[in-house]
Every structure is written in structure tokens, then in C-alpha cells.
Design a protein around this ligand. Structure first.
Ligand SMILES: Cc1cc2nc3c(=O)[nH]c(=O)nc-3n(C[C@H](O)[C@H](O)[C@H](O)COP(=O)(O)OP(=O)(O)OC[C@H]3O[C@@H](n4cnc5c(N)ncnc54)[C@H](O)[C@@H]3O)c2cc1C
Length: 544
């Protein structure tokens, strides 16, 4: 129709390489000890940025999973049916080792390298980020169990995806979920009511569980880590979905949740009724064992939120570069440059810190200070990075005007996804309290953190002064739980500043210090005040 000429609409950001177009990511991977991941990351980055994967992500979130409780003849089956796009996405992510490269890497730097893949993957689709994150954390736990290392651990670490409910021994690769949250107890797992009793067979690590879990994501996984009360207290178990003889374990899916985002990934409520389980922790040590695992998922979800922010930023910048208003590209309008440069600096700071903490995982066996950072780093970034994601996604969405709010642009999905990483694996308050616990139990930890910040000493007087002021400021906090978020934010901002001053382009580091430490910024994105080299910041963040 003559009336319907389409002019001045931006093109889609499709068929681009999410790794090659991100010089900050390549530099961080090399600096933090995994330069060798670059070729693999470049191949994966091309897949992640392809129109095909973008379409799969759209379809998998549009056509949500369906629960099939019974078959046509009335037999209970407890299966979830997914759109084929979800299976293809799972095959891509698990095939590339997003879940396992840390544990299978041919050389040092495996956690950083896996972090790079996860950062890229979370730019493509976040629902699959749930099973990949759980697998990353579960592999070391399975490997530490003589009974489960070869059977479950090796198969979970394998690259590949084999859906379908069959005995684990008949599969080459598997997936694994973690279901801990009950109706009355999410943060406080000690209040779990699911009961465990010994099965009475020859093996003293075999139990029967009865109870429920209120949240159980990826319920078609081959098995689940579950907390239940044994005689000596909360204990961690592995519950297989299919038993060795091929029969189904007693695992009943009650419903699928109708979620705000993360819609490709089924999240369910389940019941156990004398369900077969293998004990993984000592009796009464289940929560401590599960918390060891949580460091991995917390790191991974922070990396995931950083990836989500990067994708939101890339989409927004590409869009405003391709659309004009008031006579020139929106990207060149001064106030929009303030918004975009602010987003770019934030995104770079998030990536830089999360990969620095991933390196601490690679070095924790050899250096005591790395072990300290491995302990405190995940809750710090889980709080701060994940917490920043919703505001960041909302701002990026607005850069695209009305189109940003429409479901067939990826920003709408990213926006609905963004709050989730704040909630699971320890919600914001819980991880901030965990940082306090870590500082309280290790008196030398604060010095190690200050050492990270002082590594940049002499490069920026504003940063030096802010770091020097931290111990006094902490000393004045007489009610620490009340002030825990403030403290975590301060530590993160100083650590990020120190890293950027050492490694980022000067215009990025200077803008960060001026606006995040020096007060040259209001509350929202785009409220930096002063003069900042925004065009230069943006050209370096996402080359045209
Ligand atoms: C989409 C989705 C998928 C999920 N999948 C899984 C899964 O697969 N497996 C699983 O086990 N769980 C899963 N969860 C559950 C999730 O881990 C919990 O919701 C989360 O741990 C919080 O528990 P809760 O909902 O019971 O909140 P509550 O424990 O009731 O907490 C409510 C609020 O109070 C705060 N709070 C609690 N105690 C304190 C305190 N002492 N001081 C200050 N603040 C406090 C919390 O931070 C939170 O903000 C999923 C959740 C979602 C949304």
C-alpha cells in the first residue's frame, strides 16, 4: 500500500558475532588467564549472535512448556513437553560446554573460559542458563562422591544433550536440577519439612523421601539435589527421575509456574512420596554442602546478568545508531549519548569484576588470597550485578522507544528476565548477609579486598582517597545487617574502579570514577553531569 512505506526503522541486530564485536570481553578473557578460549568463543559468539538462535530464543519463550501429568490411558507420567526450539537451545549450550568447561578445560583458566561462554550464552537465551548454571555447580559435588563420580559426574560434565527419561547408565550426557525451596522455607532451608528415612537395603546411603518442593526448575532433568530432614538434621540427597531398572522414581509434578520471565525454562512444584534417594552429604550437613555449591551458581548468575546487560546495551546502541529523530541519528543526540555512555561504562564494569572473580576460582587451590576472593566474590557480585540488571534493561528498552516494549524485539524478554537472578540462589538480602558472614569469619579478608583495590594505587587520587576511607566507614557502621547492602555496594564499586583504572581505556575508567565514586551522577542512567567523551566510549564498546 502506498500509505505503508517503511522508513527510518532501524534494522535488527542479527547475524553478528557477539565475541568478535566485544573487544572488552576478549581482553578480559586473556587478562584473567584464558586467552586460549578465544577461538572457541568466537565460534560460539557467531552462533549466539545469529538470527537463527535469536529466533529459537523467541520461539522457546513464546511457546511455553506444558505439563503432562497422565497419558491417554490414565497412567501418571509427570512429563513436561517443550517446544523443539528449547531442545535446540539446550543442545547448543550443553554441546558447547557452557555448563562444564571449567571442569574439563585442557589448561588453566577453566572457570574464566567457562565464564566467557556463559556471558555469551546469556546474551542469547536465559531460560537455558538455569540448567547450565545448576550443572556447573553440581559437577564438583558429584565428582567428590565415590558412588556418583563415574556414573553421574562424568555424564553431567560431558558435552551434549540427550533429553528423555531413561536410566542414567544408558545415556552419554545428562542434566541435573536442584530443588530445595519449600512452601514455608526458601531462604531458611533449616525449616525444610521433607522427611528422609533409611531405605533399609544393604547400602546405608539409600533413603526414601516424603514431602514436597515448591520450586523445582528444569523438572525433566535426570536427577535432583534435594534437602530433606534425616535423623541428624537437614541432609543433601540425589533423587534420580528414573531408577536403574528403568522404572520411574516416585516424583510427582503438581504444576508448572506461570512466570513473569524465564518462560522457556519450566519451573514446577513437586511431591515426593517414599521417593528413592541417594545420600550425598553426611546426615545433618546438607545445608553446608549445598552452600559450597552455591558459590558456583552465584558466580554464574552474576555472569549471566552481566551478559544480559551486554545484550540489552548492544541491542539499544545498534537501534539508536539506525534511527533518526530531529534531523540526526538518535545515537548522536547529546542526551542520548549520556544514557548510552552511562550504560556502556556500567556494562564494562560488571563484566570486568565478574571475570576477575572467576579467576579466583581458577587460582583458589594455589593462593590463599584467591581462596578468600572465591569465598566473598560470588555473593558480592550476585547482589550487585544482578540487582543492577532490571534498571539497566529498562533503560536499554526505553532507548528503543515503543518498539522496545513489543515482544518481538528481544528487549521485552530481557526486561522480564532481569529480576530473576536477584531472587534464586540466595536473594539480595541473603547474599549481602553472606558477605557479612565471610568478613566476620575471616579477619584477613578485608585486607585482601583492600589489596585488590590498592593494586591501582597512584593511578587516580579520587580512587585512592575512597579506598583509604573504607575501613573507617566500616568501623562507623554499628548496625551491620541494617547496612549490609551499602557495604556490599561500596566494596563492589571500589573494586570495579580499581580494575577499570588498571585495565580499561582511560575514558571509561575516568568516567566510572567520576560518576560512581566522585558523585558526578544522579540516580538514573543518563544523569551523569559534566563532560565525558561519550562518542569515544561508545565506539570502543561496540564498534560500528
Ligand atoms: C523462576 C524461579 C525458579 C526457581 N527455581 C528453583 C529451583 O529450581 N530450586 C529451588 O530450590 N528454588 C527455586 N526457586 C526458589 C528460590 O530459590 C526462592 O524463591 C528464593 O530462595 C527465596 O525464597 P522464598 O521465595 O521462600 O523467599 P523468603 O525466604 O520468604 O524471602 C522473602 C524475602 O525476605 C528476605 N529475607 C529473608 N530472610 C531475611 C533476613 N534474615 N534478613 C533480611 N531479609 C530476609 C529475602 O531476601 C526475600 O527478599 C525459584 C524461584 C523462581 C522465582
Amino acid at each position: 500500500m502506498d500509505t505503508h512505506a517503511v522508513v527510518n526503522q532501524a534494522t535488527a541486530l542479527g547475524d553478528y558475532n557477539a565475541f568478535d564485536s566485544d573487544p572488552v570481553l576478549a581482553a578480559a578473557a586473556a587478562r584473567e588467564g584464558a586467552p586460549w578460549v578465544a577461538p572457541q568463543a568466537a565460534t560460539f559468539g557467531a552462533a549466539v549472535g545469529s538470527r537463527h538462535v535469536q529466533e529459537l530464543a523467541y520461539l522457546a519463550n513464546r511457546h511455553v512448556p506444558e505439563l503432562l501429568t497422565h497419558d491417554a490411558y490414565g497412567h501418571r507420567v509427570d512429563e513436561v513437553r517443550y517446544h523443539p526450539a528449547y531442545h535446540e537451545l539446550m543442545a547448543l549450550a550443553f554441546g558447547a560446554g557452557v555448563h562444564s568447561l571449567a571442569w574439563t578445560a585442557p589448561e588453566r583458566g577453566g572457570h574464566v573460559a567457562r565464564g566467557v561462554l556463559s556471558y555469551l550464552w546469556n546474551q542469547a537465551e536465559n531460560g537455558v542458563g538455569c540448567p547450565t548454571g545448576m550443572a556447573y555447580a553440581a559437577i564438583p559435588m558429584l565428582r567428590s562422591s565415590p558412588r556418583l563420580a563415574d556414573s553421574w559426574g562424568a555424564r553431567l560434565a560431558a558435552c551434549g544433550y540427550e533429553p528423555g527419561l531413561r536410566p542414567v547408565a544408558t545415556k552419554t550426557c545428562i542434566t541435573l536440577g536442584m530443588t530445595l525451596t519449600e512452601k514455608q522455607a526458601g531462604s531458611d532451608l533449616r525449616a525444610s519439612t521433607t522427611r528422609a528415612r533409611r531405605a533399609g537395603g544393604a547400602d546405608d546411603d539409600e533413603y526414601l523421601l516424603t514431602g514436597h518442593k515448591w520450586f523445582c526448575s528444569a523438572p525433566m532433568s535426570d536427577g535432583f539435589f534435594v534437602i530433606a530432614q534425616a535423623d541428624a538434621g537437614p541432609t543433601l540427597f540425589l533423587v534420580p527421575r528414573v531408577l536403574e531398572d528403568g522404572s520411574r522414581n516416585r516424583f510427582f509434578i503438581q504444576m508448572l509456574k506461570d512466570k513473569c520471565g524465564n518462560r522457556s525454562n519450566a519451573s514446577s512444584s513437586v511431591e515426593f512420596d517414599d521417593s528413592y534417594a541417594i545420600r550425598v552429604s553426611d546426615e545433618g550437613r546438607g545445608i553446608a554442602r549445598a552452600m559450597e555449591d552455591a558459590h558456583y551458581t552465584r558466580l554464574d548468575f552474576a555472569i549471566g546478568s552481566a551478559g544480559l546487560m551486554r545484550q540489552a546495551f548492544a541491542q539499544a546502541l545498534h537501534y539508536v545508531r539506525g534511527r533518526s529523530a530531529f534531523g540526526r541519528a538518535i545515537a548522536e543526540q547529546p542526551l542520548m549519548q549520556n544514557v548510552l555512555a552511562d550504560l556502556a561504562v556500567e556494562s564494562e564494569a560488571m563484566l570486568t569484576l565478574t571475570l576477575r572473580i572467576a579467576r579466583a576460582f581458577d587460582e583458589a587451590e594455589d593462593h590463599a588470597s584467591a581462596a578468600q576472593l572465591r569465598r566473598v566474590g560470588p555473593p558480592l557480585v550476585k547482589y550487585f550485578v544482578c540487582k543492577m540488571a532490571p534498571a539497566f534493561a529498562a533503560e536499554a528498552l526505553e532507548c528503543m522507544g515503543g518498539n522496545g516494549y513489543i515482544e518481538n524485539h528481544p528487549l521485552a524478554r530481557l526486561y522480564r528476565e532481569a529480576p530473576l537472578n536477584c531472587i534464586w540462589e540466595g536473594s539480595s538480602n541473603m547474599v549481602c548477609l553472606d558477605v557479612l558472614r565471610a568478613l566476620d569469619r575471616d579477619e584477613a579478608l578485608l585486607d585482601t579486598l583492600l589489596g585488590e583495590m590498592r593494586a591501582a594505587r597512584g593511578a587516580d587520587a579520587r580512587l585512592d582517597a575512597a579506598v583509604d576511607a573504607l575501613p573507617d566507614a566500616m568501623g562507623q557502621l554499628d548496625d551491620l545487617p541494617f547496612n549490609a547492602r551499602w557495604l556490599c555496594e561500596r566494596i563492589v564499586r571500589l573494586w570495579q574502579a580499581a580494575l577499570l583504572v588498571q585495565y580499561a581505556r582511560p575514558e571509561v575508567a575516568d568516567t566510572f570514577v567520576a560518576t560512581r565514586l566522585g558523585g558526578a551522577r544522579g540516580t538514573h542512567f543518563g544523569a551523569m553531569h559534566g563532560h565525558f567523551p561519550s562518542a569515544c566510549i561508545l565506539d570502543g564498546a561496540l564498534p560500528m
